[in-house]
Design a protein around this ligand. Structure first.
Ligand code: SF4
Length: 348
């Protein structure tokens, strides 16, 4: 049976049905609709003001590739300029190939690219070194916990180096729904309350962050990359199979099969979630070591590095952090950093 005509232009044959609405569109009309929806998200949420210098967290994967491509198309209309910032976590056999994809994108789209490496920023620690360090601690599944915290810090550092005023990341609706589920499953009310909205306004001197693809489904991100013929890196990180996120992803797939709106319902539920005053976490202060926003004596990044440097990575995660906070003397640099090789101290 021939494909129906495109419901938008009525000239071409439809090439897809939009997963949520069922609308039959040709590739060109779908891409135009996708870009218009991202523009609406940015304008309605007042995410990127005219004149903003926007650091795009570029991983080489489909989400950040699509984000950079769409924002590049929208940049003249929004009055923004773009910088690609890539983070090299130091994951052998994975990140080098992904960074090669980012370099190709930067060259093809004529966008400036800056790469910041964990090894340089965090006193010699790479993710491979962190994985080796945590492997014997009963916490070998925690690589992504470390990496998520360090990555956030590295992206902030890279964005500052290029003079960015805003940071954007490629998280899509499925990523956000998984995060909401993970926070529920971990009972992390503080993160649930902070996780709603389209990003963070830049508390405590941090750059404002946003997620312009937050309402775009993963399926549509893949379809956009397909119809725009985007070159991206699609292999999974070697540490991803260990991540707790995989369980949330499986659960979400089952939920979506039973209730197709489950992804967006979860994203919107987090937006509307408000904690009762008694349940609200204390107002964050400043990390005694680096000055970043922190709900305890040390921010998460400094606590993680502290635990690693003391050879006690378990202390750096969850309730164990209290031990580190008690050991850290406010206002002093704490223990010298002991990276796996003779390396410099962290730069923050
Ligand atoms: Fe880092 Fe985990 Fe992502 Fe790998 S999967 S890059 S370890 S957060």
């Amino acid at each position: 049976m021939p494909a129906p005509p495109c419901a938008s232009c009525h000239a071409a044959r439809a090439a897809l049905r939009r997963p949520r609405s069922g609308q039959a569109l040709c590739g060109a009309c779908f891409c135009a609709a996708f870009e218009a929806e991202v523009l609406h998200t940015v304008l309605a949420g007042r995410l990127l003001p005219p004149g903003a210098v926007v650091a795009v967290g570029a991983s080489g994967g489909k989400d950040s590739t699509v984000l950079a491509h769409v924002l590049r198309a929208l940049a003249p209309r929004l009055g923004i300029s773009l910088q690609l910032v890539a983070v090299d976590e130091g994951i052998g056999g994975y990140r080098d190939a992904a960074l090669a994809a980012v370099r190709r994108q930067a060259a093809r789209w004529e966008l400036p690219l800056t790469v910041v490496a964990y090894e340089d920023l965090f006193g010699g620690w790479t993710m491979d070194a962190v994985a080796r360090s945590t492997a014997g601690s009963g916490r070998s599944r925690s690589c992504c916990t470390f990496c998520g915290v360090l990555r956030r810090r590295a992206l902030e550092e890279g964005a500052r180096r290029v003079g960015a005023t805003h940071i954007v990341t490629g998280h899509n609706a499925d990523d956000m729904a998984e995060t909401v589920l993970m926070n529920f499953l971990r009972g992390d009310a503080g993160r649930l309350a902070r996780g709603g909205g389209l990003g963070s306004p830049g508390e405590g001197g941090a750059l404002p962050r946003c997620r312009p693809l937050q309402f775009a489904s993963q399926k549509e991100v893949v379809l956009y990359a397909h119809f725009r013929r985007l070159d991206y890196f699609s292999e999974e990180c070697v540490y991803a199979p260990e991540a707790f996120r995989g369980h949330a992803r499986d659960l979400l797939k089952r939920l979506e099969a039973a209730r197709p709106s489950a992804v967006l319902d979860l994203v919107h539920s987090a937006e509307r979630l408000a904690l009762a005053p008694a349940a609200r976490p204390p107002r964050p202060g400043a990390c005694s070591r680096c000055g970043a926003l922190a709900s305890r004596t040390l921010c998460q990044a400094c606590a993680l590095l502290d635990g690693l440097n003391r050879g006690r990575p378990r202390l750096a995660i969850g309730k164990g952090r209290r031990g580190l906070d008690e050991e850290a003397t406010p206002g002093t640099p704490g223990d010298p950093v002991r990276p796996p090789a003779s390396k410099a101290v962290p730069t923050f």
